[in-house]
Design a protein around this ligand. Structure first.
Ligand SMILES: *[C@@H]1O[C@H](CO)[C@@H](O)[C@H](O)[C@H]1NC(C)=O
Ligand SMILES: *[C@@H]1O[C@H](CO)[C@@H](O)[C@H](O)[C@H]1NC(C)=O
Ligand SMILES: *[C@@H]1O[C@H](CO)[C@@H](O)[C@H](O)[C@H]1NC(C)=O
Ligand SMILES: *[C@@H]1O[C@H](CO)[C@@H](O)[C@H](O)[C@H]1NC(C)=O
Ligand SMILES: *[C@@H]1O[C@H](CO)[C@@H](O)[C@H](O)[C@H]1NC(C)=O
Ligand SMILES: *[C@@H]1O[C@H](CO)[C@@H](O)[C@H](O)[C@H]1NC(C)=O
Ligand SMILES: *[C@@H]1O[C@H](CO)[C@@H](O)[C@H](O)[C@H]1NC(C)=O
Ligand SMILES: *[C@@H]1O[C@H](CO)[C@@H](O)[C@H](O)[C@H]1NC(C)=O
Ligand SMILES: *[C@@H]1O[C@H](CO)[C@@H](O)[C@H](O)[C@H]1NC(C)=O
Length: 621
C-alpha cells in the first residue's frame, strides 16, 4: 500500500524546470554532490560520468538527499528542492532593500516583506549553529525578476520561483514566472532571515513549486461572526503558509452577514445585527488583501439547504423556517435539519429564483474569483416535506431528487453564464436520498468538494470524471472533537465513574496535526484519477468557534496540510517525514506566534530546547 502511495506522490511532483544556474553554483553543486558520494554511490557514478549541466541539475533536484544541514534553516512548508552545500550565513545589511517591478499587488507585498524582514529579528528557539562567513559581504539587495506580470490570480496559476543567495556578492535573486510565485519566494526569503543583527544563509539555491494548485482553508462566518480583522489575519497567515484559497462559507441558516447591493434586506434582517455584517467595502478590502497576499477569496453561498436566515427577509421562499429542528418523538430520519437552524429554499416557488439570481449576480460583481461555490449539501427531506406545494408535488409522484434537479437546472446555467466554474459539496451527486443526475452537472463546469467517507468519496467523484477538492471530515475538519453543542443531550448524563462519555462531536475525535499531515488526498486513485484532484481544504465550521479561538483552532494544524499539499509528507527517499516535521513545525509555530498568530503549542518548550529528548526511539505497539 505504502509503495503504491509513494509512486503517486512522486508522479504528482512536477519535474523542475531546467534553470539557468549562476556559474559559481555549478561548482558548488558539483562539490555538494561529491560530499554525498558515499551515500548515493550508484546515482553519483551516473552523474559524475555525465558532464552535461542539464543532467547534473536534474540529478540534484529530482532525487538526492538535500545537500544542506536541515536543522540550520527552517522554511515551512518545506521547499521542493534546496541546495546549501557549505552552510554559512552573512549579515543582512541595515540598508537592505528589495528591487522589484511595479505591480498593483506585488508592490504592496514587497513593501510589507521589506518592513518585516528589517524588523522581525526572529530568534529561533534553537539557535542555528551556522557561522557567519568571513568573506561574504552583507546582503544588500533582493532582486525580483518576474517573467509574466499579467497572469491573474486564478486556479492553476504558476507559483514556482527560484531563489539564489550568493556567498560572494551582495545581491540575491528571486526569479518567478508570475507575481504570485514571487510572493511565495518573498515568504521563503523572510523565513530564512533570523536574529539580531539579522542573518541570512548564503551560498544557497532553492527551486520551489507546489504539488497541488488548490490549497485552502474553509471558514464558516454564519454560525458565529468574525470581524474583518480576523479574516485578514487568517488570510495573512495563510499566505505565510503558502496556502492560496480562502474558501469563505459566508452564509448559512444561522445568519446572513453579507450585505448585498441588490438584496440588502437579506443581511438587514438575516444577520446577527448591524455590527455583525460584511459591507461591500469590507468585501473589497478582503479581496484586495487576498490579492496582495496571493490568496484567492472563493465565496460560498450555500443553497438550497442551509438557508434559514434568508427567511427573515423572504419568508415565502423558505420551507420549514424557524421550526424546531428535530420534533419530539420523531425519528432521526424525520428531522427538519441536520442541526438546530432549519430552512431550505423552495424550488417550486418562482420568487426563489428572483432572489437567488440577484444574489449570484451580486456575488459575481463583488468577487473576481472564477469559481463560485454554490453549496448544495445536506438536503433534509423533512424540511421540504413541510411545505404544502411540495407535498402535492410529491403526491403527484414527484421525487425529492427531482426537486433538487429543478433547483439546479434553474441556477447552475445562470452561474455558468456569468463565466464561473461551479463548486458544490459532494452531496449533490453522492447523497443517499436527494441528489441530481450527473447529466445536470457537466464536468467541464463543475467541481465537487468531498467531506464524507475519507478516500472513498474522492474516488467516487474523480472516477465519475469530476475534479475534486478534498476536505475529508475524518482528517481535515478542524472543529471536531470539542463535544457536541446540542443542549439537554442524555449522552452527557452518565454515572460519574465513566469519565467523558460525551464522546465528541459527530466527527470526533479532534483531528491532530499528525492525522492531517499523514493524510494522502490521492490515496487509492489511479494516475489519471489523481490528475482530477485539485487539492484540499481544511475546514473550520463555527458552531463552537469564534474569534476568541480562531487562531488556535486553525494553526498550526492548517500548516500541516499546507506542507503536504505544497511539497508532500515524504522525504526524497519516500519515507514519511513526520519525525523531523515536528521539530520544524515547532519552530514555525513559534515564528507564527511572534508574528501575531496565536497558534497552539505542540509540545512543552523544554522539548524544543532539547532537540530529540522528547522523541521515542522505540516503536509503539
Ligand atoms: C512554471 O513556470 C516555470 C518557469 O517558467 C516552468 O518551468 C514550470 O514548468 C511552470 N510550472 C507549471 C506548473 O506550469
Ligand atoms: C541576478 O539576475 C540578474 C538579472 O537577470 C543577472 O544579471 C545576475 O547575473 C543574477 N545574479 C546571480 C547571482 O544570479
Ligand atoms: C563555527 O565556528 C566554530 C568556531 O570556529 C567551529 O567550532 C564550528 O564548527 C563552526 N560551525 C560550523 C557549522 O561550521
Ligand atoms: C403515481 O403513481 C401511481 C403508481 O404508479 C399511479 O397509480 C398514479 O396514477 C400516479 N399518479 C400521478 C398523479 O401520476
Ligand atoms: C432545464 O431547464 C431548461 C430551461 O429552463 C428546460 O428547457 C429543460 O426542460 C429543463 N430540464 C429539465 C430536465 O428539467
Ligand atoms: C471568463 O473567465 C476566464 C477566467 O476564468 C477569463 O480568462 C475570461 O476572460 C472570462 N471571459 C469573459 C467573457 O469574461
Ligand atoms: C471505504 O470503503 C472500504 C471498502 O468498501 C470500506 O471498508 C471502508 O470502511 C470505507 N471507508 C469509509 C471511511 O467509509
Ligand atoms: C430534556 O429532554 C427530555 C427528554 O429526553 C425532556 O423530557 C425534557 O423536557 C428536556 N428538558 C429541557 C429543559 O428541555
Ligand atoms: C459516540 O458514542 C455513540 C454511542 O456509544 C456511538 O454510537 C458513536 O459512534 C460514538 N461516536 C464517536 C465519534 O465515537
Amino acid at each position: 500500500m505504502i509503495i503504491v502511495d509513494d509512486v503517486r506522490q512522486t508522479d504528482r511532483r512536477r519535474k523542475p524546470a531546467m534553470l539557468l544556474l549562476p556559474k559559481c553554483l555549478y561548482e558548488a553543486h558539483y562539490k555538494s554532490i561529491t560530499i554525498h558520494y558515499k551515500r548515493h554511490t550508484e546515482r553519483m557514478r551516473l552523474i559524475i560520468f555525465s558532464l552535461s549541466y542539464t543532467f547534473l541539475i536534474w540529478g540534484i533536484f529530482s532525487s538526492l538527499t538535500p545537500t544542506y544541514a536541515s536543522a540550520e534553516i527552517n522554511v515551512w512548508p518545506k521547499p521542493t528542492s534546496l541546495s546549501w552545500p557549505h552552510p554559512q550565513a552573512a549579515l543582512l545589511s541595515p540598508g537592505f532593500y528589495i528591487s522589484s517591478p511595479n505591480h498593483p499587488y506585488l508592490s504592496p507585498a514587497v513593501n510589507r516583506y521589506l518592513l518585516q524582514i528589517l524588523t522581525e529579528h526572529y530568534q529561533p528557539v534553537v539557535e542555528p549553529s551556522v557561522n557567519l562567513s568571513a568573506s561574504a559581504p552583507p546582503l544588500q539587495t533582493l532582486a525580483i525578476i518576474v517573467a509574466d506580470l499579467s497572469a491573474p490570480l486564478h486556479h492553476g496559476v504558476n507559483e514556482s520561483y527560484s531563489l539564489f543567495i550568493p556567498s560572494d556578492g551582495d545581491t540575491a535573486n528571486l526569479t518567478a514566472e508570475t507575481v504570485w510565485g514571487a510572493m511565495r519566494g518573498l515568504e521563503t526569503f523572510s523565513q530564512l532571515v533570523w536574529g539580531n543583527p539579522s542573518r541570512v544563509p548564503v551560498g544557497l539555491y532553492l527551486w520551489d513549486s507546489p504539488l497541488f494548485p488548490h490549497r485552502g482553508i474553509m471558514l464558516d462566518t454564519s454560525r458565529n461572526y468574525y470581524p474583518v480583522k480576523d479574516l485578514l489575519r487568517t488570510i495573512g497567515a495563510m499566505s505565510a503558509n503558502k496556502l492560496n484559497v480562502f474558501h469563505w462559507h459566508i452564509t448559512d441558516s444561522h445568519s446572513f452577514p453579507l450585505v448585498l447591493p441588490s438584496m440588502p434586506e437579506l443581511a438587514a434582517k438575516g444577520s446577527y445585527g448591524p455590527t455583525m455584517q460584511y459591507s461591500p467595502a469590507d468585501v473589497a478590502a478582503i479581496v484586495r488583501f487576498g490579492l496582495e497576499h496571493g490568496v484567492r477569496v472563493l465565496p460560498e453561498i450555500d443553497s438550497p439547504g442551509h438557508t434559514g436566515s434568508w427567511a427573515e427577509a423572504y419568508p415565502d421562499i423558505v420551507t420549514c423556517a424557524n421550526m424546531f429542528w428535530w420534533p419530539a418523538g420523531s425519528e432521526w430520519a424525520d428531522r427538519l435539519a441536520s442541526e438546530p437552524g432549519t430552512g431550505h429554499l423552495n424550488p417550486l416557488n418562482p420568487k426563489t429564483y428572483e432572489v437567488v439570481k440577484n444574489v449570484i449576480s451580486d456575488i459575481v460583481t463583488l468577487f473576481p474569483e472564477p469559481f463560485y461555490h454554490a453549496g448544495a449539501d445536506e438536503i433534509i427531506p423533512g424540511c421540504w416535506k413541510a411545505d404544502p406545494a411540495i407535498q402535492s408535488f410529491l403526491s403527484d409522484n414527484g421525487t425529492l431528487s427531482q426537486l433538487l434537479e429543478i433547483f439546479v437546472n434553474s441556477t447552475f446555467p445562470y452561474i455558468v453564464s456569468l463565466n464561473r466554474t461551479v463548486v458544490y459539496w459532494e452531496d449533490i451527486l453522492l447523497d443517499d436520498n436527494v441528489k441530481v443526475d450527473a447529466s445536470f452537472l457537466p464536468p467541464e463546469q463543475t467541481i465537487l468538494q468531498t467531506w464524507n467517507n475519507g478516500p472513498n468519496n474522492t474516488k467516487l467523484i474523480v472516477s465519475a470524471g469530476y475534479r475534486a477538492i478534498v476536505s475529508s471530515s475524518e482528517f481535515y475538519y478542524l472543529d471536531c472533537g470539542h463535544g457536541d453543542f446540542i443542549g439537554n443531550d442524555s449522552q452527557y448524563n452518565q454515572p460519574p465513574t465513566s469519565g467523558d462519555s460525551g464522546n465528541g462531536s459527530w466527527c470526533g475525535p479532534f483531528k491532530t496535526w499528525q492525522a492531517i499531515y499523514n493524510y494522502d488526498i490521492t490515496y487509492g486513485l489511479s494516475q489519471e484519477e489523481t490528475k482530477l484532484v485539485l487539492g484540499g481544504e481544511v475546514a473550520l465550521w463555527s458552531e463552537q468557534a469564534d474569534p476568541t479561538v480562531l487562531d488556535a483552532r486553525i494553526w498550526p494544524r492548517a500548516s500541516a496540510m499546507a506542507e503536504t499539499l505544497w511539497s508532500g509528507n515524504r522525504d526524497e527517499s519516500g519515507m514519511k517525514r513526520y519525525a523531523e516535521a515536528m521539530d520544524r513545525l515547532n519552530e514555525w509555530r513559534y515564528r507564527m506566534v511572534s508574528r501575531g498568530i496565536r497558534a497552539e503549542p505542540l509540545q512543552p518548550l523544554w522539548c524544543i530546547k532539547n532537540p530529540g529528548m522528547c522523541n521515542t526511539v522505540n516503536p509503539f505497539v
